[in-house]
Design a protein around this ligand. Structure first.
Ligand SMILES: *[C@@H]1O[C@H](CO)[C@@H](O)[C@H](O)[C@H]1NC(C)=O
Ligand SMILES: *[C@@H]1O[C@H](CO)[C@@H](O)[C@H](O)[C@H]1NC(C)=O
Length: 369
């Protein structure tokens, strides 16, 4: 029989042993706390870097679909209203896109979206800055005949829009200038948006593929197709597209009596910059007018992305009589599989894809070997 005192001293010894082990032993509490903190912080940081920011130091995997499928011959033949698709990729690093806390875009994200060009059967002119990205784009296009792709190495310092960089930086550094991520925060982003019209002008005047139409296409317009199993496709101008117009997707209705200053400072958008469609002559005139408008606005201390510039250009205050008329394309919710802001920003791209799908016997047959 143990006496009460013995029981207490036994428990006390047990407790001391337990306590010392916990504190100083291999799995001491302190180590456990530090270990867990380290583990969760590392996991969270890696998760954040990889899945939220997508700061991934290698290129995404490219699907070489031609190992399983064959492109139908007719898709590669030029149509009477063939369009040259112009795009550009400048590595702007990771930047904040939009005002939500975790809204960031990384080069990896753009490189993933770019993969859709591997199944775009149009003639493509791509302006790319680094040799690695040129190599990557070549790999993306490798299942299509080499004659459909023209890659041009550019240097952002040689694009006339980047000459405005110091002026734009000065405007954005004013504390009173409204801040929108990245439009009025990141001057290189603004220059890259203006540079679309530099390369559109270059490609329309060079006319590598001798096509009647030219279109700017953002690398990310068909981002929703990436990672899905979609057949090789092509874009043609929408049915009854008026060749004396310039086509855009409409984001919001236009109010032509708004003053340009308000549009530029409050980021008011009318048409999306994700796709621009016109014939050669009209594209050349539009790009020239666009560049003059950018200068005119900068001289008034106003800067924002191309979407605001175009909205400002076509207001009663800035619009010139010779400006090319804009034809807007508006998709309703759910049309062509577009929902939410996608229906507003990406409409024209999907309308052009659909215009081609309506022409072919079945929606883009896939021949599997
Ligand atoms: C850019 O311009 C510089 C100087 O004019 C020239 O040396 C360089 O080759 C150009 N780069 C490209 C890619 O055109
Ligand atoms: C394009 O610009 C040229 C030169 O200013 C002009 O002669 C021509 O009429 C313009 N074309 C259109 C369609 O506005």
């Amino acid at each position: 029989m143990l006496t009460g005192e013995e029981i207490i001293s036994k428990l006390r010894r047990r407790w001391i042993t337990f306590y010392m082990a916990f504190r100083y032993g291999r799995w001491s509490l302190r180590r456990l706390v530090y270990g867990c903190t380290f583990f969760f912080c590392t996991t969270f940081t890696l998760y954040y870097l990889f899945f939220v920011l997508e700061m991934i130091p290698w290129n995404p995997a490219v699907d070489h679909w031609c190992q399983r499928e064959k492109a139908p011959d007719y898709i590669l033949q030029p149509e009477a209203d063939e369009m040259t698709v112009v795009t550009m990729f400048l590595d702007l690093g990771v930047f904040k896109k939009g005002e939500q806390r975790f809204a960031y875009h990384s080069p990896y994200k753009y490189r993933k979206w770019m993969r859709v060009f591997g199944r775009l059967a149009n003639r493509v002119v791509a302006y790319i800055e680094s040799d690695d990205d040129i190599q990557f784009f070549r790999e993306i296009r490798s299942c299509l005949p080499a004659t459909l792709t023209k890659i041009i190495k550019v240097d952002r310092d040689n694009l006339s829009s980047f000459k405005h960089l110091p002026k734009i930086s000065r405007i954005y550094s004013r504390p009173s200038y409204p801040k929108y991520h990245p439009n009025t925060v990141y001057p290189e982003y603004t220059c890259a948006m203006h540079a679309k019209y530099d390369v559109l002008e270059r490609s329309a005047s060079e006319d590598y593929f001798q096509t009647p139409y030219f279109a700017w296409l953002d690398v990310g317009l068909f981002r929703n197709l990436d990672g899905t199993d979609f057949p090789i496709f092509k874009m043609v101008p929408p049915d009854k597209f008026h060749p004396e117009r310039i086509g855009f997707s409409q984001v919001w209705p236009q109010d032509p009596v708004r003053i340009p200053e308000l549009i530029m400072k409050e980021k008011i958008v009318w048409v999306a910059g994700s796709m621009v469609l016109a014939t050669q002559e009209y594209m050349l005139n539009f790009t020239r007018d666009y560049k003059l408008a950018v200068k005119e606005l900068l001289d008034q201390g106003l800067s924002n992305s191309d979407q605001e510039v175009i909205n400002a250009m076509y207001t009663a205050k800035m619009r010139k009589p010779h400006y090319i008329k804009i034809k807007t394309y508006l998709c309703h919710q759910g049309q062509l599989g577009l929902y939410g802001p996608d229906a507003r920003y990406f409409c024209l791209g999907y309308v052009c894809k659909n215009a081609w799908e309506k022409r072919v016997p079945q929606p883009a047959p896939v021949i599997r070997s």
